[in-house]
Design a binder for this molecule. Sequence first.
Ligand code: ADP
Ligand code: MG
Length: 532
Amino acid sequence: MSVDDNTPVLRGCIKLPLPEDELLEVTAKAKDYAIMHGAAMRSKTNFSPDSLNFAPFVLVPSSFPRKEFEKAIALQPIINRLMHNVAHDEEFITTTLAETIKVDEFTANLFNIYRKALAHGFTQPISLGMLRSDLMLESRCRDMSMCSSSSSGGKDNDAKEKQEAKAKKTTKVGVARGISTSLGCWKQVEINTIASGFGHLGPASKTIQRFVLQELGHSDKLQHMPKNEALSGLCDGMVKAWDIYAKPQSVILFIIEDVSYNICDQRFHEFYIRETYPHIKVLRRTLTDVHREGKLGQHKELLLNNTEVAVIYFRAGYEPGHYPSQGEWDARYLMETSLAIKCPSIHYHLAGTKKVQQALAQPAVLERFINDPEEIKAVGKIFTGLYSLDDNEAGNANYEMALQTPQNFVLKPQREGGGNNVYGLDIPDALKRMSRVERSAWILMDLIHPPLSQGYMVRPGGKMPPEIVDMVSELGIFGVVIGDADHIVHNYQAGHMLRTKLSTANEGGVAAGLGALDSPYLIDSDDEDGYF
Ligand code: ADP
Ligand code: MG
């Protein structure tokens, strides 16, 4: 990760360290609280379908600048509309992915389904988008118009304060690093259009941390933890799609992996739907099951052993391993050509590829999808540098740039789910192993430099009491959008999630075992009562 001595540290929500006896007691309590409130996962090392471990979590919420949080929330419906329009732009999707599908077999297989569905006409014109826009604060943000206002610009040359802060290994953000004096501005890491997880674990993280703050006698801090209704927001989206389908006996189908480690983040969706709308049934099936049981009815309804499916929610199908044979690809195609409303439909899936994200960040491209100049400006600012590696003049120049200054970049393939990217100094070797054409399956992205926060990360089997560690966070904002090529019928922001990882880790997937559940504690740049 791009952390050095100059990386700013966000002030914490409470004074740390905690006295050891208090820390031991509250941590033990919080672990049980987490399991008993479903902030949990199946163990990968000791798997049993009969038991759960608590999911790794950060003991007290990590700070996040309020203005940036509010901007991200306000922007989500615009991002929803953007992605909806992109998904329905056949020419844009086709041209953007043209080079990539020549060398990336997985994307080519998805694209093939798209092409065949296009050729036959989409049976179901409505799509259900349940998106998650992931973002990080860029502490080296130079674009002050997007940043929170500075609280300490005059302290740039205060060497003593700098030294003291370094001695404490922490400093107030905005204290001078020769860069900007703000809490940072956020930049988009990626946009997810398939299997956007943490609709349950996002709000559950807040539940644990609220309990911990109360136990520690800090109830006054709770007002700075924003409400988070991600679970109901997302599930209500599925139910709105079910309503549009308008067949009382039809069900909602969750497409799942063979083994679901992140089980709480799926079952809570199911249980919320069953409890709130008991007349709607939820089925869980793998792609392999659908291949075996699925068929189309007279009007292209998707039938699973004669049960009609209204809505398909994909929590699998985003990586090659989910398609062990042609049968799973056939199942995906069967579903795509059916009347069921898909989350995502194939065009939404393709719109969420990294290649499309890279194309959207190019100058003037947004104008194709957004009319309002103010909205274009606001969305344009969230992109950090994204570069094509296609085999053409621009792509080859970007390739040279990556070889010369690899420390500034992340190299990304067209994959989801974490663990696929190449970072910094590893990039030249990775690139040199590829042929010119193979490079077009990848994109290059500016590395984002988030500020640090400090706190206790609690993991199953981890050290007790936990130690204070340096961490960085990534915020995800959920959005729901429903509509066809011409009309959007529902479009709203649907809560958030915060994941936090050790500052030394490149990636922070919680399910992958690197990150920890967290939730934002909103701070203002002129708020002087925080701890450092
Ligand atoms: P995936 O689809 O596998 O989740 P991402 O693009 O989200 O791929 O990257 C995975 C992780 O890598 C992110 O969650 C983030 O922690 C880190 N990451 C990705 N892009 C950047 C970037 N530009 N700067 C810093 N870290 C990044
Ligand atoms: Mg990601």
